[in-house]
Write a protein that binds this ligand. Structure first.
Ligand SMILES: [Zn+2]
Length: 322
């Protein structure tokens, strides 16, 4: 009984607090992004995944998938570039965050700017928004994730975070990278950001308090995890696990699918047709497997796990293919 009353009092207090916070961050009549329960969303049963003959591919250059009203996952057509990179657009009041710009520069082949502009226009019309500012950011600084960055440089009302380590650190406000956790307010939608080097030395991870999605970029996905710095990656994996201890996580989301549905087996490097891909999203159990790996692996080499492969300080061109 006493406990129940205690809970009720806490809930009332939190309720008042939540209303105050919402009013302070969001314009009247604006969109609300409460962190109290994970906003649901959906992944497609199958992503566009290339085709046997790239020439005969009829899929769009960029697939736009609506995870929920204010969260979009984009995928580059594998027939254009085998990386099949995922990109993300998160919306808050008056602002959109584009994370990553794919593997192809040419707007004729890969019209990312056009696709993002159309997405923003449609979103504004649907949710009664206008003059949305765009932030063009990156999970990390590898060419398969910023190739179409140039398509945005002349865009009005746009912040280009930049493609140097210094610019990335400055924009997000890191003073103690990578250990630090930073809060980022995307128009009333709160993100927590932390450093995750190991695959690349400027990588960052994003946690969205509204959907509870944890975005792990190229440092953790279903594929060949190329690690340039084992110690940094091991520390980053533990940092992500600590984040998941402190915040509820609905799914881990990331940048590529390179595994087949068969445990430990990846598609060959350069594959432009992946007809039976496993899902892109991953689970905390898989992250725990990676934590275990950090406690076991002590030398360079290729290590196979059911849902990912660790390429520890092995040149990227190496493959597990027979
Ligand atoms: Zn990549």
């Amino acid at each position: 009984m006493l406990i129940k009353r205690g809970v009720a009092i806490v809930m009332v207090t939190m309720g008042i607090f939540a209303v105050e916070v919402a009013m302070s961050l969001v314009p009247k009549g604006g969109l609300l992004f409460p962190s109290s329960a994970a906003a649901p969303g959906e992944f497609p049963d199958q992503w566009i995944h290339g085709s046997k003959s790239a020439m005969d591919n009829t899929d769009p250059a960029v697939q736009v998938h609506r995870y929920n009203d204010h969260t979009y996952i984009l995928r580059e057509n594998k027939a254009i570039n085998y990386e099949g990179a995922f990109m993300y657009v998160f919306f808050g009041n008056g602002v959109a965050l584009l994370i990553d710009q794919g593997s192809t520069s040419s707007p004729a082949l890969f019209p990312l700017r056009e696709v993002v502009d159309e997405l923003i226009a449609n979103w504004e019309a649907e949710f009664d928004q206008s003059s949305t500012h765009l932030i063009v950011a990156n999970s990390h600084l590898h060419g398969d994730h910023y190739a179409a960055w140039n398509q945005f440089v002349d865009r009005e009302d746009t912040t280009m975070v930049g493609l140097t380590h210094e610019e990335v650190m400055h924009y997000w406000g890191f003073s103690n990278y990578p250990d630090e956790r930073l809060e980022f307010d995307l128009g009333g939608r709160n993100f927590v950001i932390t450093g995750t080097p190991g695959h690349q030395s400027s990588e960052i991870a994003f946690y969205d308090e509204w959907t509870d999605l944890l975005y792990t970029g190229d440092m953790f996905y279903r594929g060949r995890l190329y690690l340039e710095d084992w110690d940094a990656w091991a520390a980053s994996i533990k940092r992500l696990r600590a984040m998941a201890d402190d915040y509820p996580v609905s799914h881990l989301i990331n940048n590529h699918i390179e595994m087949t549905r068969m445990p430990t087996v990846d598609y060959p490097i350069g594959t432009t047709w992946q007809p039976s891909e496993p899902p892109m999203q991953m689970s905390l159990e898989m992250l725990d497997e990676a934590v275990t790996a950090t406690q076991v692996i002590d030398q360079a080499g290729i290590y196979k796990y059911a849902d990912f492969l660790i390429y520890n300080e092995v040149p990227w061109a190496y493959t597990t293919d027979p």
